[in-house]
Design a protein around this ligand. Structure first.
Ligand SMILES: Cc1ncc(COP(=O)(O)O)c(C=O)c1O
Length: 411
């Protein structure tokens, strides 16, 4: 049905969690935008790490430490290749995308944003790409402005031109919205930022798991994403251009990020370790390397084609339910695999609970994008989100349950 080149039935076999029933019903997992499920290969490497290689990295000169270090650094090189970064030194492990964005706000923002400067974000952003800039703007007495979206959730082209001005020091924009689903004209935003000498920070948390990305082609200065949304464990990544990272002071201080420490002063380690203070999430980083192998073997073009097809199917089916309002563009070419909608008579939390009784996992709430919901004048939505293992039958179950929900709340 998807014409994508993915063998989805075989893929589903790789995900043990999908084989179970919940409340006596087959599990239907439609919350991959929050976190993806993990294939056997990722689960196995975590198990193997703790059984065979568990040791702290970089310092030990014994076999276990060397093996753990080689795998941790090997995973970094896989990630580098996956996003087409020029150097592994530009790939920094973080806790998650949120920490990656905060790293930029703290380490680049504090040194480069001054009173009277402007920071430009968009109304589509997740809280992780708003709050760090609010904190920075407050501290520096800078102004935070937002590029608006139209009624279809598409960023306004005129705003991209007029909001980014000679006063703008930094532009922070998502590549794909986690609520409206919108794929933003990110290349154009980066180019506009560069045209006036600003730096562009891309929130790619909903992009890297779902489509081919190339940080060099995009020319992004900083690019943040989460391993746990792309089949990996709970670890994140910040890509940054080497020239910028070299000039920045560290984010966190402690072990591993130093070359020398004296009582009076310290000297920093080279990239990327300057930004990796303390013992990192070693097993998780190694697991992310395996997740990258898995996605690479599938082919990111195929992943995108599958998600585009299942999203098109969902937009058709959900859109056909009377009275439902779907947020974001209705053209599947303009969006990722996220469909958030509102049902006039029911609150999304109640809706999600009824779905749960049918074994269906969907999200109800503001999905960490309160400003976007406010912008559209709705308090909350129900969100279904798809990934490589999602199938049309799951969308059918969602739509059947939607009919039940409406009956319950109408009665
Ligand atoms: C667009 C977007 N940005 C950032 C984040 C934050 O990711 P994390 O919670 O892994 O830091 C999310 C998570 O939902 C997201 O969807």
């Amino acid at each position: 049905m998807t014409h994508s080149g993915l063998n989805v039935a075989a893929i589903r076999e790789d995900f043990p969690i999908l084989q179970q029933t919940v409340h006596g019903k087959p599990l239907v997992y439609l919350d991959s935008a929050a976190t993806s499920q993990k294939p056997e290969a990722v689960i196995q490497v975590l198990d193997e790490y703790y059984r065979k290689f568990n040791a702290n990295i970089h310092r030990g000169v014994y076999y276990l430490a060397e093996e753990a270090t080689a795998r941790y650094e090997g995973a970094r090189k896989k990630i580098q290749k996956f996003i087409n970064a020029k150097s592994h030194r530009e790939v920094i492990y973080t806790r998650n995308a949120t920490e990656a964005l905060n790293l930029v706000a703290y380490a680049w923002g504090r040194a480069n944003v001054q009173e009277g400067d402007e920071i430009v974000a968009t109304v589509l952003e997740h809280h992780a790409n708003i709050v760090p800039w609010q904190l920075l703007a407050k501290e520096k007495k800078a102004t935070l402005k937002f590029i608006r979206a139209d009624e279809h959730g598409l960023l306004r082209a005129d705003d991209i031109e007029t909001m980014i001005t000679a006063q703008t020091r930094l532009v922070a924009a998502t590549m794909a919205s986690n609520v409206a689903g919108t794929l933003t004209p990110i290349k154009q935003i980066v180019a506009r930022a560069h045209a006036i000498g600003a730096v562009c920070v891309v929130d790619a948390a909903q992009a890297v798991p779902h489509m081919p990305v190339d940080v060099q082609a995009l020319d992004a200065d900083f690019f943040a994403f989460s391993g746990h949304k792309m089949l990996g464990p709970f670890v994140g990544v910040l890509y940054g251009k080497r020239a910028l990272l070299e000039k920045m002071e560290p984010f966190l201080g402690g072990g591993d990020m130093i070359r020398e420490v004296h009582l009076e002063y310290s000297k920093w380690n080279e990239l990327p370790w300057k930004f990796e203070a303390g013992t990192p999430a070693i097993a998780e980083a190694i697991g992310l390397g395996v997740a990258v192998d898995y996605l690479t073997a599938l082919g990111m073009e195929n992943v995108r084609a599958h998600e585009r097809a299942i999203t098109a199917y969902a937009l058709d089916k959900i859109g056909a339910v009377e009275g439902i309002r779907i947020l974001g563009p209705l053209d599947p070419d303009q969006r990722g695999g996220v469909v958030a909608f509102s049902i006039p008579e029911a609150h999304p939390h109640d809706v999600a609970q009824i779905f749960d009784r049918e074994g269906i996992c969907v999200r109800g709430g503001h999905h960490c994008a309160m400003p976007l919901h406010e912008y559209y004048g709705i308090a909350a939505t129900t969100r279904a989100s798809f990934y490589i293992y999602s199938i049309p039958e799951e969308v059918d179950k969602l739509v059947e349950t939607l009919a039940k929900v409406r009956q319950i709340f109408k009665a």
